[in-house]
Design a protein around this ligand. Structure first.
Ligand SMILES: NC(=O)c1ccc[n+]([C@@H]2O[C@H](COP(=O)([O-])OP(=O)(O)OC[C@H]3O[C@@H](n4cnc5c(N)ncnc54)[C@H](OP(=O)(O)O)[C@@H]3O)[C@@H](O)[C@H]2O)c1
Length: 264
């Protein structure tokens, strides 16, 4: 009788918030885990809790995903460990404020963690996933992919990247069994708001989702086969119309000539 291989999920940004909730829920589903973040104490505590509660194996990797070395370390694990069949690209930062008030170094970090690390880790995982025709990538975006408020221009831009990159991967992989899901939360009660110009207590409580509810909905969306999961959106036809409008706009751009209004 064939032995069922163990399934390992690698979760970035697992030391708090959405990533820690994914770790709990995936452990409850029986996945072994590799948890990545910078705060070793948080990761160790969570690893011990999950090992005793669910009997799964949990490895922690202390890595800074804004650095080349940190990205390379985690990418190497993804490329080498054939038991990994799920990558949750969750680590993210948000520096909120007017663009000229955000330090250039903070912008570099924002782009590195939210865009470069997510892309490099996806690339590293996909080699094995495609070769084995098995595996799932979950990319945590945001509804700010659709809207850039004046305090979140760069952050919103990174999340628009996450959505479009994920859509591209889905198109590339459509003839394989490899899945890529974009999860686009709205407000979720996590530490990401701490120390920003928009602390959680300034957001109406009814607009902020509980973190475990967010992850439960996102996993339900994955189980339902959704490519884009919008946990707080009731009317999914809005997404279908948005997606169709983007396709129509792109198709309308394929003319090769300036539109008549330019008089060229
Ligand atoms: N909360 C919301 O309202 C909301 C809404 C939409 C989307 N999101 C997205 O959800 C994801 C998770 O955020 P969260 O709300 O759960 O916030 P959080 O509690 O602040 O968690 C962020 C996680 O990312 C990790 N991280 C940050 N910088 C890192 C770095 N340089 N290297 C490695 N890990 C790093 C943090 O770990 P260490 O600090 O230990 O490294 C932490 O585990 C992010 O992508 C965020 O953009 C959040």
């Amino acid at each position: 009788m064939p032995v069922t291989p163990r399934s390992t999920a690698l979760v970035t940004g697992a030391s708090s918030g959405i990533g820690a909730s994914y770790a709990k829920r995936l452990a409850a589903r029986g996945h072994d885990l590799i948890l990545v973040a910078r705060r070793a104490d948080r990761l160790e505590k969570l690893a011990n809790e999950l090992t005793s509660a669910f009997g799964v194996s949990v490895r922690t990797v202390i890595a800074d995903l804004s650095s080349d070395a940190g990205m390379a370390e985690v990418a190497n694990i993804l490329a080498a460990d054939t038991s990994i069949d799920m990558l949750v690209n969750n680590a993210g930062v948000s520096y909120l404020g007017a663009s000229m008030d955000i330090a250039p170094e903070a912008i570099d970090t924002l782009l590195a963690v939210n865009i470069t690390a997510l892309t490099r880790l996806s690339r590293a995982a996909l080699g094995g996933f495609v070769a084995r025709n098995r595996g799932t990538i979950v990319n945590i975006g945001s509804v700010l992919a659709f809207k850039a408020p004046p305090i979140a221009s760069a952050y919103s831009g990174t999340k628009a990247y996450v959505l479009l990159y994920t859509r591209g991967l889905q198109a590339e992989l459509k003839d394989t069994a490899v899945r890529v899901q974009a999860v686009l939360p709205a407000g979720v009660a996590t530490e990401i708001y701490d120390g920003t110009i928009l602390p959680l207590d300034q957001i109406p409580a009814e607009l902020v989702m509980n973190v475990d509810a967010l992850v439960d909905a996102a996993l339900a969306g994955l189980d339902r086969g959704e490519e884009v999961t919008l946990p707080s959106v009731g009317d999914l036809d809005l997404w279908a119309r948005f997606d169709a409008a983007q396709d129509a706009l792109f198709a309308a751009s394929q003319t090769g000539t300036p539109a008549p209004r330019y008089g060229v």
